[in-house]
Design a protein around this ligand. Structure first.
Ligand SMILES: Nc1ncnc2c1ncn2[C@@H]1O[C@H](COP(=O)(O)OP(=O)(O)OP(=O)(O)O)[C@@H](O)[C@H]1O
Ligand SMILES: [Mg+2]
Length: 315
């Protein structure tokens, strides 16, 4: 039994959009997902400053930043990923770059080093750079806040090699000062949630705070989805999540043990060969992020044995 559940053609999803009102899916829509044979068209002004946030901790913000970031770099776009998780940073570990971080933004602002010394170039993709805000287990100096990140964005714009296409900010958990600092320079947000009620409640709260801060372009990634549990009605479906949050869907990432394996190896999942389901899902999310409203995301809910998750990715 196959049912096609089309998501809106653009990210201009209205709040509490009812599935009945959604446009009908056609084979063209499905084909539009098979876009590996072309380059994505970058929409919007650069740098696109995107904060990856969630409210609840441990739902996959850093995993998303690493995998979407490297996917963007593989698509030929220049990316600076900023680890804004003060004291508890781990984006460097996920990327396998921990030994290369000598300086952080705090040292740059103190005048102890230049910005380019704090930017760590990825070993595999030279158009991907990492910047950590501070040293592990350190505290931010008094007065360090959103303005520091606004300065950073301006400094990256003025760099000799040109302004990056994307600045991705990996936000810390919670909604305190670290969160405010991380969202300040952003003009778009990717909200990561898992399909459980605690994560959704925090995501809804964060959506309100982002909107208050003037960030209206908010897309969500639903992470750690298990079709077997959805079928057994033990987990909320992606449509339920979309109904509850009323946000445009950027991606649906299945629960995948490869994610944990790749985290521990410091080798982001999207670089795995052959690609895994979660890796493909992160790549798709990166595509949608680049093209903004020109893609049609199509979700098919069906028995996993027949076509499973590949259906979502147009495979
Ligand atoms: N799709 C997935 N399948 C399986 N495991 C996952 C998936 N996504 C994330 N994880 C695991 O969940 C854990 C938390 O992920 P991650 O560090 O990305 O979350 P976070 O939101 O950044 O956490 P924090 O709030 O502490 O910064 C990691 O061990 C990661 O490997
Ligand atoms: Mg994190």
């Amino acid at each position: 039994m196959i049912s096609l559940q089309p998501f809106p053609n653009s990210f201009n999803t209205q709040k509490h959009h009812h599935p009945k009102n959604k446009p009908k899916t056609s084979t063209t829509a499905i084909k539009s997902l098979l876009q590996y044979n072309r380059k994505p068209q970058l929409a919007g002004d650069t740098p696109r400053v995107v904060v990856i946030t969630s409210g609840k901790g441990g739902v996959g913000k850093t995993t998303t930043t690493a995998n979407v970031g490297l996917s963007l770099a593989r698509l030929g776009l220049s990316v600076v990923a900023v680890d804004a998780d003060v004291g508890l940073r781990n984006l460097d570990l996920l990327l396998g770059l921990e030994n290369r971080v000598n300086y952080t933004l705090v040292e740059v602002l103190n005048g102890d080093c230049r910005l380019d010394q704090a930017l760590v170039r990825d070993k595999r993709w030279s158009n991907f750079e990492l910047l950590c805000i501070s040293k592990p287990r350190s505290k931010l100096p008094i007065g360090f806040g959103g303005k520091a990140l606004v300065w950073l964005v301006e400094a990256l714009k003025d760099r000799q090699e040109g302004c990056p296409d994307f600045i991705l900010i990996d936000c810390p958990a919670g909604i305190d000062a670290g969160f405010i600092t991380a969202i300040t320079p952003a003009n778009e947000a990717v909200l990561v949630t898992t399909p459980d009620i605690t994560s959704l409640r925090d995501a809804d709260r964060v959506t309100g705070l982002l909107e208050c801060d003037g960030i209206r372009d908010i897309k969500m990634i639903v992470n750690r989805v298990r079709t077997d549990m959805i079928k057994g009605e033990d987990m909320m479906s992606v449509l339920d999540v979309q109904e509850m949050l009323g946000l445009a869907l950027l991606g649906v990432i299945p629960e995948d043990s490869e994610v944990i394996r790749s985290t521990n190896r410091g080798f982001p999942l999207v670089l795995n060969k052959p690609p895994t389901l979660a890796g493909l899902a992160f790549e798709q999310a990166a595509w949608r992020l680049v093209e903004q409203d020109s893609m049609q995301a199509v979700m098919m809910e069906e028995e996993p044995k027949k076509r499973g998750w590949f259906s979502f990715f147009g495979g």
